[in-house]
Design a protein around this ligand. Structure first.
Ligand SMILES: [Zn+2]
Length: 256
């Protein structure tokens, strides 16, 4: 059961191009410089799981003609990772309650912002519903025959989860990680992690920090995501990277 990884979005919170921006990267014609909000589809057999469900979720599902969704794994509650949850409706209508996997703090935040999805009483006809599955630090769980290992990292002071599935690991919005959690990533063939831009940032790895992180984990290959227009042109940055590291781009598909 190989994993198929589809990068649905590789942009930072505003996406690239940024609305109204005249930055050269925002004006680029290269499709690899167009980045929707960050999300990845992980598929095996006939199963489809997404990690995060941001404001571009609808477009991402249409582009890749996704007809069934087994569940959504959340990294954390920020809008660029959660704002598309209403658009699980077409899947809900066909399949029933859609399983979500998240830390209890994230579920609490989603309940506050999307109360109508979680309300048991006075439900609006047509509102989607979810089946809540709590993700806990240090507790692996199973999804459709695969073991999932949550990996905790810090987004400034906010705790976020990355996920390891077989030899694939996906982490985003990381600024720091403890040694014990980093150990859980050892032996991965493909590691995906965020790299925002070249300048430093209080809550995201910049390019240098992301490269250093890859050198600690030592995967066969690494792909960077959650990229800002301030990173520069895809083609130029790609040329500057070590041999086993690449910038991800929207619609890139990998197999692990
Ligand atoms: Zn983010």
């Amino acid at each position: 059961m190989a994993l198929k990884i589809t990068f649905l979005g590789t942009g930072t919170s505003q996406g690239v191009p940024v609305i109204g921006s005249n930055h050269p990267v925002c004006l680029s014609d290269d499709p690899k410089d167009k980045r929707l909000r960050v999300s990845v589809l992980v598929s095996w057999d006939s199963h489809n799981f997404v990690i995060d469900c941001g404001p571009d979720f609808r477009q991402q599902m249409l582009t890749h003609r996704i007809t069934t969704l087994d569940g959504v794994l959340f990294t954390h509650e920020h809008s660029d990772h959660t704002a598309g949850i209403d658009d699980i409706r077409p899947f809900f209508f066909k399949q029933g309650d859609i399983p979500i996997y998240a830390h209890k703090r994230v579920v609490k935040a989603l309940k506050k912002r999307f109360g109508y999805i979680f309300n048991e009483k006075d439900r609006y006809p047509g509102a989607p519903a979810v089946e809540i599955n709590y993700v806990k630090k240090g507790v692996d769980f199973h999804l459709a025959g695969k073991m999932i290992t949550p990996v905790r990292a810090l987004h400034n002071r906010l705790k976020v989860f990355g996920y390891r599935i077989d030899d694939f690991a996906y982490l985003t919005d990381v600024k720091s990680i403890k040694e014990k959690e980093l150990e859980k990533l050892k032996g991965t063939k493909i590691l995906v992690v965020n790299a925002l831009r070249t300048e430093s940032h209080h809550s995201h790895f910049n390019l240098e920090e992301a490269i250093h992180f890859v050198s600690q984990v030592k995967p066969e290959k690494a792909y960077f995501t959650h990229i800002s227009h301030l990173m520069g042109f895809h083609a130029e940055v790609e040329k500057s990277l070590p041999e086993n590291i690449h910038l991800a781009y929207d619609n890139l598909i990998l197999e692990v």
